[in-house]
Design a protein around this ligand. Structure first.
Ligand code: NDP
Length: 246
């Protein structure tokens, strides 16, 4: 893989993946690291200064068309005429942790806007650049779109869960369905499309009680992406085991 765009890369899992990619010797040329608010992105922007040949910070708000279009032009300019984008990692997400009695239309729709419409918007915007990277057989490292979902969106596993965040879980179930439909729609395109569950991770969203540190989780995520096979196409893959979730 020579280029990757990661949304929500200013903190949490997104930033962890940037750190993993930059710390390991690889053929990567451009890590386009998405952030939306400069005031919340100091660590990423400092890291990008240290590795200015590889990390390209890209301002992108996944809930905003204009922001996505502007980001696409920046990425396109950097890649130049002959190169496409090898991997789009739709990582940005929110969780309002709405329990049953907290549910309201505005918050439910807002989570949906970030976790479902956001990945669709970014995918729609960057699809031409990923298409440009296709060369030969379907290969995750050549041309791929990976949506970061969650085991919490699993309809099969839900009855075993001790509590529910309705906004988050419904939105991730919808993201899973979007991705499966999208993968089937583009099955002949030779773009690799799949879903990734990162494990339960100690981020702002995951909380301090999560078993995985960001570093552990992101090491597994990078390994998992590097070893994705054809049978993982259109499936939800658990990065901690490399196998598909229920
Ligand atoms: P964090 O809450 O730590 O980080 C969320 C990231 O998403 C931030 O960078 C945030 O940016 C960004 N973001 C949110 N909304 C937007 C937007 N509109 N445009 C651009 N960026 C946005 O979450 P995690 O790192 O834990 O989660 C990353 C992904 O992993 C999410 O999709 C999440 O659902 C998934 N996941 C996480 C698990 C965990 O245990 N942590 C478990 C399973 C899945 P900003 O700083 O500007 O808010």
């Amino acid at each position: 893989m020579k280029s990757i765009l990661i949304t929500g890369a200013n903190r949490g899992i997104g930033l962890g993946i940037v750190k993993q990619l930059v710390s390991n010797p690889s053929s990567i040329e451009f890590i386009f690291a998405g952030y939306r608010d400069v005031n919340k992105s100091k660590e990423l922007l400092d890291l990008a200064k240290e590795h200015s040949n590889v990390i390209i910070p890209i301002q992108i708000d996944v809930s905003d068309d204009e922001s996505c279009n502007k980001a696409k032009i920046e990425v396109e300019n950097k890649l130049g005429n002959s190169r496409g984008l090898n991997c789009l990692l739709n990582n940005a997400g929110v969780n309002k942790e709405l329990k049953f009695n907290d549910i309201n239309e505005k918050d439910m729709l807002d989570t949906y806007k970030h976790n479902v419409i956001g990945p669709w918007r970014v995918t729609k915007t960057f699809l031409p650049l990923v298409e440009k990277a296709v060369s030969g057989e379907r290969n995750v490292l050549q041309a791929s779109i990976i949506n970061v979902s969650s085991g919490m969106g699993s309809v099969t596993l839900a009855p075993t869960m001790p509590f529910f965040y309705f906004d988050y879980q419904c939105s991730k179930a919808a993201l899973d369905m979007f991705t499966v439909c999208f993968a089937e729609t583009l099955a002949k395109s030779n773009i690799y499309i799949t879903l990734l569950h990162p494990g339960w991770v100690q981020t702002e969203m995951g909380g301090a009680q999560a078993p995985l540190t960001i570093e552990e989780a992101c090491k597994s995520i990078v390994e998992c992406i590097n070893s994705m096979k054809n049978e993982h196409y259109g499936k939800l893959i658990d990065a901690t085991s490399g196998s598909s979730c229920a």
